[in-house]
Write a protein that binds this ligand. Structure first.
Ligand SMILES: Nc1nc2c(ncn2[C@@H]2O[C@H](COP(=O)(O)OP(=O)(O)OP(=O)(O)O)[C@@H](O)[C@H]2O)c(=O)[nH]1
Ligand SMILES: [Mg+2]
Length: 432
């Protein structure tokens, strides 16, 4: 098992030594159409595939409310058991969120593992976390997910690691209680590690802020092409893959805009419909790069089945992390695959642009648009620049709009509209 997260977790959620055989289950509750359920299951199939398993069968049911015991009705749950036997499934994956009790009851009835969408996403994140911070964040999210799901049967692997104690341990404590307390201690430790790591990240950010460059963060649905765009713009070798959540750790690169103004461009973790809340919480410090950015580039895959749905899912997460107030420029990507859709989307959304990050189509227009957008967020300042600092004068002209220029005895008096980031760099020349 090449699990990147702690042994305290026991078995991974999906066994990757073989490709597991999976049956998908989707329950349409009131307000959700059958088409939406199907689309969501198609996406779950992609998630399951990314996690390393194959869909062998699918079952849907329309219900007024989830059944308390099995989520599905009893008859349907038994049908599910027959389907599992027929296709020889290892695991059942529900698109809906299962309570710990429902999960337990289903596993008993079906005689096989039952997990939900949240578990699959956690599993993919666990596979893709590479940095220390990423691993800590994922482990924390996984442990918080596991804690309420600890059951006698499910703790067998923890027991093996400890050398096989009986069902009772220490002063009359049950094994589960011991495991629970171990996990809780680990959670506390991880929380404190994470707060140290985010402190370091804050220090790094502050030193970047002193550099005075605008922060631009690329956000978007998973697989939209965020990393590809960062690579094409900055010639950096960030991993891009046709799989979900290839990027978990933000990468920042310097980019010179056409006017010459340098900005910091950050590629970040992708979003998905119903991103588990626990993950958002655990990834708070990573996601903060979006909420602290000066500007967002919201990239949308125009060739995806439901671009507006993906945009809405991204906006929901942005709101949850407090990044909904950051101005954004909308970019419809993969126009080479879906030129018509991309065109329609651009027509529908004022101030957006269509690009292909792989062919380079539209990239120049996009950069001009971004430059313009960053300029809109400017204010008028007065500066005094000694004649010896021709370099400073040049950068004021490059980065801002010069309103007036006046020659004085030993320098130039300049009035210019500048972004906050530029002003940060030029602060010593400000006339206050
Ligand atoms: N045809 C086409 N494919 C693209 C384009 N942009 C990206 N891709 C492909 O889409 C896939 C996903 O691209 P990434 O850049 O990894 O996407 P991402 O948004 O960073 O994805 P995550 O990090 O997984 O959230 C890769 O296979 C890319 O080669 C494009 O403009 N056209
Ligand atoms: Mg990526």
């Amino acid at each position: 098992m090449n699990s990147p997260y702690s042994e305290a977790l026991g078995a991974t959620l999906i066994d990757r030594s073989i490709r597991e055989r999976i049956v998908l289950v989707g329950v349409s509750l009131p307000g959700v159409s059958d088409t939406e359920t199907d689309a969501s299951l198609d996406e779950l199939r992609l998630l399951v595939d990314t996690a390393g398993a194959d869909e062998l069968g699918r079952m849907t049911q329309r219900r007024e409310a989830p059944d308390h015991t099995w989520y599905l009705g009893k008859g349907k749950a038994e049908e599910l058991r027959d389907l599992c036997l027929a296709v020889d499934a290892d695991t059942v994956v529900f698109d809906n969120e299962l309570s710990p009790a429902q999960q337990y009851n289903l596993e008993k009835l079906l005689g096989r593992t039952a997990i939900d969408r949240t578990a699959v996403i956690l599993d993919i994140f666990a596979q893709n976390a590479n940095t220390l911070e990423g691993r800590v964040q994922v482990e924390l999210a996984l442990l918080r997910y596991r804690l309420p799901r600890l059951r006698r049967g499910a703790t067998a692997n923890l027991d093996q690691q400890r050398g096989g104690f009986g069902t009772r341990f220490g002063g009359g404590e049950t094994r589960i209680e011991v495991d629970r307390r171990r996990i809780m201690r680990r959670i506390t430790k991880l929380e404190s590690d994470l707060s140290d790591l985010s402190h370091t990240r804050n220090l790094q950010r502050r030193s970047r802020e002193r550099s005075g460059l605008s922060d631009v963060t690329i956000v978007g649905y998973t697989n939209a092409g965020k990393s590809t765009l960062l690579n094409v713009l900055t010639e950096s070798g960030v991993l891009t893959e046709n799989r979900l959540f290839a990027t978990l750790d933000p990468t920042t690169r310097r980019l010179e805009l056409p006017g010459g103004e340098p900005v910091l461009l950050t590629d970040t973790v992708g979003f998905v419909r119903r991103l588990p809340h626990g993950l958002i919480e655990a990834f708070q410090s990573t996601l903060e790069v979006a909420s602290r950015a000066d500007h967002l580039v919201h990239i949308v895959d125009a060739s995806a089945p439901d671009p507006p749905g993906q945009m809405a899912a991204v906006r929901e997460v942005l709101t949850e992390i407090g990044a909904d107030r950051v101005p954004e420029v909308l970019v419809f990507n993969k126009s080479d695959l879906a030129p018509d859709v991309a065109g329609e989307l651009v027509a529908e959304h004022e101030g957006s642009v269509a690009i292909s990050a792989t062919t380079g189509d539209g990239i120049d227009t996009f950069l001009e648009l971004l430059t313009e957008r960053l300029r809109v967020h400017t204010r008028l300042y007065e500066l005094f620049v000694p004649y010896a600092r021709g370099d400073v004068l040049a950068s004021i002209h490059r980065e801002g709009d010069v309103v007036s220029n006046e020659a004085d005895d030993d320098g130039m008096r300049v009035q210019a509209r500048l972004s906050e980031a530029s002003v940060g760099r030029l602060v010593e020349f400000l006339v206050v």
